[in-house]
Design a protein around this ligand. Sequence first.
Ligand code: S3P
Length: 451
Amino acid sequence: MSLSNVKGLRGEVTIPGDKSISHRAVMFGSIANGTTEVTNFLQGADCLSTIDCFRRLGIEIEIIPDTNAAVKNESLKEASSKQTTESRKPAEKILIHGKGLHGLKAPSSILNAGNSGTTTRLISGILAAQPFETTLTGDASIQKRPMKRIMEPLSMMGADIKSLNGNGCAPLEIKGRPLKGIDYFSKVASAQVKSAILLAGLYAEGETRVTEPVISRNHSEIMLRYFGADVHTEGKTAIIKPAADLYAQSINVPGDISSAAYFIAAGLIVPNSEILIKNVGVNPTRDGIIKTAIAMGGDITLLNQNFDGEPTADILVRSSSLHGITIEGDIIPTLIDELPVINIMAAAASGTTVIKDAAELKVKESDRIAVMVENLSKMGADIMGTDDGMIIKGGKSLHGAIIDSYEDHRIAMSFAVASLIADGETTINGRDCVNISYPSFYEDLDRLCSF
Ligand code: S3P
């Protein structure tokens, strides 16, 4: 599609499955007894990396093609270019033939998590308890992301885990050991850290407790309980007891609110738009984008609210005049991945938007403070980076530019949205990185623009 000014967005979009939930379904299914069936699994590159890791750990995972669907688009094929032909076709379902908590086998090669922080950190919690040694690595971005945050608590539990380059990043060498439960206070609100510790806690002697400064997404707690684990929360503390067994389940993954966010933003900022975004996960630990968009003056209605393990809804979005707000504190973990596209909304809004308490943006797939400031400035916006966020003075008219995605999927999709209100053409270098979380993103956006 051409990335330029459009007259409006109209129609319905059903976005792909939630990335966080898809990862967890594969991981928990692998260490459960029996066959876990997953529908609406996200076939993005990150989740395919998780499948690849667990296959190398001896788990049989079948990707059953959807015989009714034609190959959806070329992007989906590319997303899985590293994978086998079967995983390139849209799946009807994924079958994970779990071997139980103690059924993983030592891999014959290094595990590669690709670009995926969730794969790297969560699998480390499982590997820390296995009676074998593993080396775990990922792409250039993963090899720069901080892993001390999981190495420290897992070591306290008894694991032998080291950063092979001595810089606190992957590649990691993990020698599994018998673990003991800990009572851990995490400095960061991170579901990846919390989940790594809870997964290690499944194997530990005694109870494991993780307290966070602010509650992060709780998909692990919900799904582990569903698989039969004894896990509960007390305020900001998640508590797990060692498990004798987990049991296979059927999981229907809701649409990813982080992917829906691009359509929420586009529908609000492009005049003459009305979009229905169907079957989106609206877990309160993830719904900060909706609350923020409404606080900025967005016309958003939730329809067909439902609950099947996780809450879901259809989201109706109409063009709105947005105004700037301050976004800080407890809401930040609930919209951390949406802050790049919230920057675009802020640039289109009147007044000033201040984002604070979001230093975590610097250690995502790219340094999202620096990268947003660089690219939005190129388009003519008034944006300034701070130590823990950014300040955007909205209302400046945007113009097309050459954007560097830094191979960060959320940056590429955010600037595709910005291009819709910019004068002239926008080019996004590395635009195919959307395959990480949303292979058919450009096709879905294009369809809404050409009503
Ligand atoms: C994720 C948690 C978040 C989020 C990431 C996915 C998860 O990271 O940014 O995209 O699936 O647990 P942190 O937990 O490190 O903040």
